[in-house]
Design a protein around this ligand. Structure first.
Ligand code: HEM
Length: 155
């Protein structure tokens, strides 16, 4: 891939063939920088890690394109993460940095300044919503039937 891609979503689509390597690169880097996070994802096999990464990437890319369209989904995700107690501003920053590095690594010269700007805008739109979402008011026991009743993560 030599030409800079015009839009982030086109670039991500072009990289779909390299997704397994990209996902392994991302989690390798993330767990290398913050080994304590490995336990949080400990029960996930490669297929599950791939699915979680793809879900996060998709919603981040869409947050850059049409923030209003994914706001409700992001708020749900943010609540789920908060319930598991995994979100801090530092972790979010690290997560975004590792994602950008891995995408850039596999994009090569297709990652240009314009894509860098689009990535920054998309990730900060998603991250701001994560940080701005208040904790759910109801106690976990009152949330049976929603995602919020899930068991907290190990670690
Ligand atoms: C804007 C940033 C982020 C987005 C959009 C995002 C999105 C997602 C998505 C879509 C999933 C999969 C949910 C499912 O199972 O269907 C997921 C899972 C997960 N995320 Fe995030 N995430 C973000 C940041 C983070 C950060 C900073 C951490 C902690 C360092 C984190 C930790 C986790 C963990 C531990 C899981 C797995 C939960 C499980 O195994 O069920 N995420 N995330």
């Amino acid at each position: 891939m030599h030409e800079p891609a015009r839009t982030l979503d086109v670039l991500i689509d072009q990289l779909r063939w390299k997704r397994p390597e990209l996902v392994a690169h991302f989690y390798g880097r993330l767990f290398g920088r913050a080994p304590e996070l490995e336990d949080l994802f400990g029960g996930s096999d490669q297929f599950e890690l791939n699915r979680k990464f793809a879900g996060a990437l998709l919603v981040i890319v869409r947050a850059g394109r049409e923030p209003g369209g994914v706001e409700a989904h992001l708020v749900d995700l943010a609540r789920d993460h908060q319930h598991r107690g995994v979100i801090t501003a530092e972790r979010l920053e690290l997560f975004g940095e590792c994602m950008a590095r891995s995408i850039r690594h596999y994009a090569g010269e297709a990652w240009g300044e314009d894509i860098e700007r689009q990535w920054q805008a998309a990730f900060s739109a998603a991250a701001s919503l994560f940080l701005a979402t208040p904790q759910p008011l109801a106690a976990p026991s009152e949330n049976v039937g929603t995602d919020a009743h899930r068991e907290p993560l190990r670690g």
